[in-house]
Ligand binder design. Sequence first.
Ligand SMILES: [Zn+2]
Length: 312
Amino acid sequence: MGHSVGVIASDYIAVGKVDNNSIHGTIQKIRESETDSDYDFLAEMPADDIITRIGEQIVVVADGEQIPVVGIGFPGIIRDGIVLDSPNLQQVKGRDLASDIATYLAGQGIDTQVFIFNDADVLAAGVAATYGYLDRVVRGWYLGVGIGFGRYPQSDGVWEGGHFVVTLDPKEQFCQCGGRGHLEGIMGVRAMRLRFMDMEPEEVFEQARYGDKKCSDFVKLWHRALAAATATSVHVDGPGKFFIFGPNARFVQVGLLDLYLQEMVKMSPLQGSHFEVIKAEDALAIIGAAINAEQATRQVEFKRELTRKVYD
Ligand SMILES: [Zn+2]
């Protein structure tokens, strides 16, 4: 029995073998180049190329070993390996990613089961495994091109927290999905580029530090929006720790978020939530993808066993 393989394919592609809740060997990572931003790497790639590039990296990481299961974290709403929607990667909408990648791997001599999960969910699973939280609910925000909301354990539901409505202002219409007032319409990279036509997100946060009024007002709105979406999650799912990952986690001021959240959540049983910014998200996502895939395999086995008992 070989190692499971975990993959994260969101703003870039990273692949690794996973053994006993930790990375085995090195992580294989591809992006446009070391100097370019990771933001648009997959966005501009045709769906067939995305499938091939992911498949190629899995073959490199497998290194001739048979791998029982592959778990892949991918942005969007995923059901049974099919990408139902992915606002920031429209080219894969409707594709059966799990079966396409399994077919590519079979062509390379690797017979394995492939499972696809939401990218933010695999980060939450990675935190659960790495920090010893496999027995509790873990939630996290991924701040990249899009805004992902991750939750562990995997369960039925949609959990598109990036599209929580955080403002009733009808002018707030920068979300890639087309919906008004969404969290991603304020915090996502594309939304920020549309709002500040002549500035990259890095420059907006820098200008805010130098006291530019428009930029510093926006930075407050950016934090208030994340606090509002978190407050919604607290009012639905209870209080707890919220992890923050992704390339734009570097802009987060945790103190400001905590303050805004305290203003928004007042009922005493719902107090006590906190934010924590987490780095090394590649390893966490890869571990989480592999763990979710291992758990999914066991569920498939269990259902098969049950069917056999019923019909025998
Ligand atoms: Zn949206």
